[in-house]
Design a binder for this molecule. Structure first.
Ligand code: NAD
Ligand code: MG
Length: 402
């Protein structure tokens, strides 16, 4: 983006400029991020993008936003991209995990948004923090697996983490200006997912297509299933614990059908602050990218000229056993949350592939947690080996649920 040095604007507009790298640019969060950047081209510049393999979409993005640095995790896609004439001339290509790390430390970037699904974003998130970038964090797996190491890296390098997930971003907003010691607890809201109004007996027969019909949000398939089991809320409680330096009993969830209140913070005096906005990820993404600036975004805000309800009810952990298991993993600490996450990913992938039923998901997680020793990890390598072991044990238990 060029700057006019001779004629400064008459009205003092913001000179705010963030140069952003998006890892996972072709996914659901990635596409919402592009909408936010497109709405603020004067303030946000996209300088790097990465995806697993969708190079045709990355070529469109590169042309539309003038992006020069492009990463493809998959080697074949990387090779194909280099001969894809749809990319602008002069594009630099990067591949594999090394490529993601290079993008995460790109000298011309100051903000790295990590929205890669799975664990591939873990090392790049640490790289971004070590390079003193602001880490806008969407990927759940990163804090669930490596919260201890990520928060330590942020402290050691003085780098900021701004949560992108709507609930954590809401807590971040509610906490602004409040000392940590005044926080009694945080409460994340959960929509209850696709089956919240189904009788429990029907849950044994739900199909992947049923589970992918989320009542409020449009998201990737894995997280949509996690919303129906509330495993997603469990992962979010674990993330919140790390992000906001809380003890497990201070992290709560409540069912809230409308997905308008994203989180509440209860303070020591019993007062609560809540953050409200429509269920669109552009709100938290824009907040994270432009923080602390607030300007109009691409989506309309809530319309208070018409009547609407905000309902809240406690979570029944019998109906949502994945939440109970996640809480147990959070309390156990160490590698237990990583084991929970690995078992859940394995079980959800098997459910989406039609190999196991919906109710097998918590059973597989339970068995895996019981069958894997958890311990306090001293390195990322130890976490990743616990993750691999849990995936193996979870896979072995799949056949019993087929
Ligand atoms: P998605 O499946 O729609 O997109 C995933 C993106 O990650 C794609 O761009 C894909 O190419 C990329 N990717 C996958 N593996 C990769 C690899 N090895 N290297 C590089 N890129 C890779 O997923 P999503 O819904 O956008 O979610 C992304 C992350 O954000 C997840 O961790 C999810 O839990 C979290 N999240 C999503 C939402 C949401 O509303 N979708 C909300 C909160 C948090
Ligand atoms: Mg969320």
């Amino acid at each position: 983006m060029s700057e006019n040095k001779t004629t400064p604007p008459l009205v003092a507009t913001s000179t705010f400029q963030r140069r952003v790298v998006v890892l996972g640019a072709t996914g659901s969060i990635g596409e919402s991020t592009l909408r936010v950047i497109a709405a603020h081209r004067d303030q946000l510049e996209l300088v790097g993008v990465a995806a697993r393999s969708n190079h045709p979409r990355l070529a469109e993005i590169a042309r539309e936003f003038g992006v020069r640095h492009v990463g493809l995790y998959d080697e074949h896609a990387y090779t194909a991209a280099r001969t894809n004439d749809a990319f602008p001339a002069g594009t630099s290509f990067y591949s594999g995990l090394d490529g993601l790390n290079t993008l995460a430390a790109l000298p011309e970037a100051d903000t790295v948004l990590v929205a890669v699904v799975g664990t591939a974003g873990l090392q790049p998130a640490l790289t971004a923090l070590a390079a003193r970038k602001t880490l806008a964090l969407a990927s759940k797996e990163i804090l669930v697996l490596a919260g201890k190491f990520i928060m330590a890296a942020a402290r050691a390098h003085g780098s900021r983490i701004i949560p992108v997930d709507s609930e954590h971003n809401a807590v971040f907003q509610c906490l602004e200006g409040h000392p940590a010691a005044t926080v009694r607890r945080i409460v994340l809201t959960a929509s209850g997912g696709a089956f919240r109004d189904w009788p429990a007996e029907r849950l044994a027969h739900v199909t992947p297509a049923d589970a992918l019909k989320h009542p409020n949000w449009s998201m990737g398939p894995k997280i949509t299933v996690d919303s129906a089991t509330l495993a997603n809320k469990g992962l979010e409680l674990i993330e919140a614990q790390w992000l906001f330096d809380l003890r497990p009993p201070q992290c709560d969830a409540v069912l809230h059908n409308q997905s308008i209140v994203h989180a509440l913070v209860e303070f020591a005096d019993g007062a609560m602050l809540a953050q409200l906005c429509p269920p669109s990820m552009t709100f938290p993404i824009q907040h994270a990218l432009l923080f602390p600036e607030r300007v109009a975004g691409p989506d309309l805000s809530l319309n208070l000229d018409r009547a609407f309800h905000l309902d809240f009810r406690p979570v029944d952990e019998h109906r949502y056993p994945c939440l109970r298991l996640a809480r147990a993993a959070m309390k156990a600490g160490g590698t237990a949350p990583a084991i929970f996450n690995a078992a859940n990913e394995t079980a959800v992938a098997a459910f989406l592939a039609g190999r196991v039923g919906f109710l097998a998901i918590p059973q597989i997680i339970d068995k895996t947690l019981a069958g894997t020793k958890h311990f306090e990890p001293q390195s990322l390598a130890e976490v990743l080996s616990a993750d691999a072991e849990a995936r193996l044990i979870a896979s072995q238990s799949l056949s019993a649920h087929a």
